[in-house]
Unconditional design. Structure first.
Length: 374
């Protein structure tokens, strides 16, 4: 048994480390909480929140889809990543009336339509797509889109779900930490002791398995407390049961199934600070502005107007005012000539777009002297 553990441990460690990293960039947001602290929006291109077991990472889900009078525009292959313009495809509504969820994918007779982070999110999205495809008119379709957007922006529901989650988060963090300490600290230390590692290694392995089992049970209770059905909980926790080392990621692993029904802006507003809320709201407003300015009004004009109305109503409800007010920034660096209206980064050269947010930069006017970027 000890010899088997000695052979398998490097592979388990490698998988754990690879599973700890997450790519962060424009339209791929990651909220991270360390040791129970308030969440903050991660801004680096590569983050490693999974290396610390008490860390909780939440990646809000935003379906990448655009509604037209004739069909649904989606990324080719249903990808979760933001697509380039030449990677988009329009599927006629007639081919979407049978949209269905298969695992975490939405499919129809046109093939794969969209991907979602969880089977539950895929099922809800498939039902929505079927409703749009069977709508009697474009006006009915747009009315349903607006209702869906407003439902996804319900911050009160996100906060209530977070309250129920927090009631059970402490024990889950503790079991996750014990699983990490016993499986990735005590176990390798005992395996490579010069004398008689057997008893210590088996003891550490047993503690790690028990902690992993406890984490799975606590995660199941957490998911049940927020309203997930038994079948959904089973699907959510299957990876933990088949690969117990994932218990070291249990808080993040469970959290990703809790907020997939809500827009990233609502999740950020419920969990993060006001600066992060302002940044994400500004990114959303700028995307709508660019969409209204750069698309054929007869094709996507109604879609962008519905999104703007939903976002405007949400901004007023949370006291952020009109969308244009989000984009105004006072110059902090006297040498800066342009700034990002989303994150507020200032640039000393007139670049085109923000490297972090991928939005168009705005200017104040010429600086008094030249200087390097930022």
């Amino acid at each position: 048994m000890v010899a088997l553990l000695h052979e398998l441990f490097p592979w388990a460690l490698a998988f754990f480390v690879l599973n700890s990293f997450a790519l962060v960039g424009a339209r791929r947001r990651l909220l991270v909480s360390w040791n129970g602290e308030p969440h903050r929006l991660e801004r680096r291109s590569l983050a490693a929140p999974g290396l610390w077991p008490a860390c909780e990472a939440i990646a809000p889900f935003e379906p990448r889809l655009w509604l037209t009078a004739t069909g649904l525009i989606v990324p080719r292959g249903g990808g979760l990543a933001p697509p380039d313009a030449d990677e988009l495809v329009e599927i006629p509504w007639a081919r979407l009336a049978d949209a269905r969820a298969e695992g975490s994918r939405v499919k129809s007779d046109a093939g794969e339509v969209l991907r979602a982070p969880t089977p539950e999110a895929a099922a809800a999205l498939a039902a929505r797509v079927r409703g749009w495809a069977r709508a009697a008119s474009g006006a009915e379709r747009m009315a349903d889109l607006e209702a869906w957007l407003r439902d996804r922006l319900r911050v009160d529901l996100v906060r209530e779900r977070r309250r129920r989650q927090r009631e059970r988060l402490g024990p889950l963090r503790l079991s996750s930490t014990i699983a990490f300490a016993s499986g990735f600290v005590a176990l390798p230390a005992s395996l490579y002791l010069p004398e008689q590692p057997g008893a210590l290694a088996l003891g550490a392995f047993a503690v790690a398995l028990l902690a992993a089992l406890a984490a799975a049970v606590l995660a199941a209770r957490m998911l049940a407390a927020v309203g997930l059905e038994r079948a959904s909980i089973r699907r959510a926790l299957e990876p933990l049961l088949f690969y117990p080392p994932l218990a070291a990621h249990a808080p993040s692993f469970a959290a990703r199934h809790l907020y997939a029904d809500f827009a990233p802006l609502a999740v950020v507003a419920a969990l993060a600070g006001p600066d992060d809320v302002r940044r994400v709201a500004a990114e959303e407003w700028l995307e709508i502005e660019e969409g209204l300015a750069g698309t054929d009004p007869a094709r996507l004009g109604d879609y962008w107007r519905v999104r703007r109305e939903a976002l405007t109503a949400w901004l007023r409800s949370v006291g952020l005012g009109e969308g244009d007010a989000l984009l105004t920034r006072e110059r902090q660096d006297p040498l800066a000539v342009v700034y990002c209206p989303a994150c507020g980064a200032e640039y000393r050269r007139a670049l085109g777009r923000c490297g972090d947010c991928d939005v168009a930069l705005r200017g104040w006017g010429p600086a008094t002297e030249s200087a390097p970027v930022r």
